[in-house]
Design a protein around this ligand. Structure first.
Ligand code: BEZ
Length: 341
């Protein structure tokens, strides 16, 4: 496994008085499926997993996760963890366009690249945070390497392969829409897109004018060709780690996904997500309750409803936690937490 490039940058985040700048370091490693780039923030903390993120289609680690990781309340959490932000191949800033005929990795192969990253960094365990396609990649990784995943935050995951109806709809849309509009329709609801807020304008502009749009289309195709993760209630294929399942209230494809997902809660609701993440980490024994905000302490006390992800769930508007094993988890009780933002 050969390291290709290493770039050292000082992050742009404004510093609080007395704070020293955290250095972000970008690396690339060779894997059996090509090179992958990732950026490391912070330093490894003894006896703690790394937080590893994987972004959705049309985005890179910065456009997907910067608003969440730079959210003020998130700082008290992330200062306790080293973060590894993976860019899917060809999505990193300044990525050259792949040559015509380049065989882009499948989502399963993207998952198979992760051990090369962890081996290179000498990290043994992670807490994964993935959005959309990235949530699928991290779930696949967790299924094949369960001992290395301590927890998963899955935002807007669709664990199923496209059925023929989805394919027909996809083909029809493809006749009248550009790739960038199709990807925007994957990321945001029609309501959000027609509202054309500043956020939508920003992301429309980023995607439509991306110099690597051809690469983005390849990641999009891999996403659309994903196979089922095969999560079946009571079945063999289950995630063994605690899972925080996040669904957006905005719904671009309500029926297709396991929940009313959609929208990008990590962009639009960083506060809610931070609070839920803090609670999730606390459940894993990583955040002292004294660090929690007053709001999340009171919510913690009122968590009662059962939740699973197969549609037969009862769900509180903001937070609920499984009191039985849900479809995504076969671990001890209370391992699946569902958040709707
Ligand atoms: C981080 O602190 O982990 C981070 C900073 C900027 C962008 C993404 C993540």
């Amino acid at each position: 496994m050969a390291e290709l490039r290493e770039v050292q940058i000082t992050e742009e985040k404004p510093l609080l008085p007395g704070q020293t700048p955290e250095v972000a370091k970008t690396h690339s490693v060779e894997t059996p499926y090509g090179s992958v780039t990732f950026t490391v923030y912070g330093t490894p903390k003894p006896k703690r997993p790394a937080i590893l993120t994987y972004h959705d289609v049309g985005l890179n680690y910065k456009s997907c996760f910067q608003p969440l990781f730079q959210f003020a309340d998130m700082q008290e959490i992330i200062q306790n963890f080293v973060r590894v932000h993976v860019d899917a191949p060809g999505m990193e800033e300044g990525a050259p366009v792949f040559p015509l005929g380049y065989q882009y990795p499948s989502l399963d192969q993207l998952a198979d690249m992760i051990p090369c990253i962890l081996q290179y960094l000498n990290f043994s365990t992670i807490i994964g945070i993935g959005v959309g396609a990235g949530a699928y990649v991290l779930s696949r990784y967790a299924l094949t390497h369960p001992d290395t995943v301590e927890g998963l935050v899955l935002i807007n995951i669709d664990p199923n392969a496209k059925g023929w109806m989805d394919w027909a709809a996809h083909k029809l849309t493809g006749l009248t829409s550009s790739i960038s509009e199709m990807i925007l329709g994957h990321l945001f609801s029609q309501e959000e897109l027609s509202g054309n807020s500043e956020l939508i304008q920003k992301y429309r502009n980023i995607i439509a004018h991306a110099p690597n749009l051809d690469n983005i289309e390849l990641y999009w195709n891999s996403y659309n060709n994903r196979r089922d993760l095969n999560f079946v209630r009571g079945g063999d294929t289950t995630l063994k780690c605690p899972v925080m399942l996040v669904v957006g209230d905005q719904a671009p494809h309500e029926d297709a996904v396991m929940a009313d997902s959609g929208g990008q809660p990590q962009l639009t609701q960083p506060g809610k997500l931070t609070e839920a993440f803090k609670y999730f980490l606390q459940g894993m024994g990583y955040m002292a309750s004294s660090c929690m905000t007053r709001l999340s302490r009171s919510r913690t006390a009122s968590l009662t409803s059962a939740a699973s992800i197969d549609g037969n769930r009862s769900r509180s508007r903001t937070l609920s936690q499984s009191s039985e094993s849900g479809t995504l988890s076969s671990g001890p009780p209370g391992h699946t937490m569902e958040v709707s933002c």
